[in-house]
Design a protein around this ligand. Structure first.
Ligand SMILES: Nc1ncnc2c1ncn2[C@@H]1O[C@H](COP(=O)(O)OP(=O)(O)OP(=O)(O)O)[C@@H](O)[C@H]1O
Ligand SMILES: [Mg+2]
Length: 223
């Protein structure tokens, strides 16, 4: 089983949207997936309540101290992928999520106010000893005329913080928001749309990284 923590210290940065898209794409690829919703607002859990499908499993747990135990249970239950969705501005929970994670994903909007929270994100992943397994992904990238400049500045800021930049990103697209409001993902709501393409690209990239982590781990075990 692999565990991905989706964190960020700014609210509304697409953490839950990203976590749920990853979960549904992984299920579509045949994996058994569970999501821990650690946000007291329960966005992921409420999304599931709006959902007709009975998967992915969503576990509500706001206490970061319980993550390791839940991870053990998920593993025993045959879960292949565990995703921990966290609240913004919840440093302690984010730290606990990172500590149980094989990979940490940080979706972030390419705006000054959001990017400057990366110093706290960096401190959190450093404390959890996950800095080498942390990737920052631009999210809610505008599609208008200034988009290119915002992407370039956002990418430069991420690298200036000494954090790894994800080679994929998601734009601001109505399909993401509509899908969430209906208990769906963009890949289900509008499979041939641009939002679905972006979500699939994020999943393909993440699953490649997970495979790489698995290899590195088995090499370490074999050595
Ligand atoms: N790429 C996108 N395009 C359009 N709308 C988006 C996109 N990503 C997220 N949204 C919308 O923006 C809002 C915030 O997204 P989301 O809930 O995923 O962020 P979050 O980081 O989990 O927020 P919080 O910090 O409150 O947990 C939601 O209403 C969601 O539907
Ligand atoms: Mg959220």
């Amino acid at each position: 089983m692999k565990t991905i923590a989706v964190i960020g210290l700014k609210g509304g940065s697409s953490k839950s949207t990203t976590a749920l898209h990853l979960a549904v794409s992984a299920e579509a690829a045949g994996l058994s997936v569970a999501v821990i919703d650690s946000d007291p607002q329960g966005s992921a859990y409420k999304w599931f309540e709006r959902r007709e499908a009975e998967t992915p499993s969503i576990i509500r747990e706001i206490d970061g101290d319980a993550f390791a135990r839940l991870k053990g249970i998920a593993q025993k239950n045959g879960t292949d992928l565990l995703i921990v969705d966290t609240a913004g501005k919840a440093e302690t929970t984010a730290l606990a999520a990172c500590e149980v994670a094989d990979l940490v994903l940080v979706p972030i909007r390419p705006t000054q106010f959001d990017l400057e929270t990366l110093s706290t994100v960096k401190r959190t992943v450093r404390i959890a000893e996950r800095i080498d397994r942390t990737w920052v992904m631009l999210a809610q990238v505008p599609t208008g005329s200034n988009a290119r400049r915002m992407v370039e500045e956002g990418e430069a800021a991420i690298q200036a913080y000494g954090l790894q930049l994800a080679p994929v990103r998601i734009a601001t697209r109505a399909a993401f928001a509509y899908a969430m409001s209906q208990g769906l993902t963009a890949t289900e709501f509008e499979p041939s749309g641009k939002a679905a393409d972006e979500a699939e690209a994020v999943y393909r990239w993440i699953s490649g990284l997970v495979d790489q982590t698995a290899k590195t781990t088995s090499e370490l075990v074999d050595a």
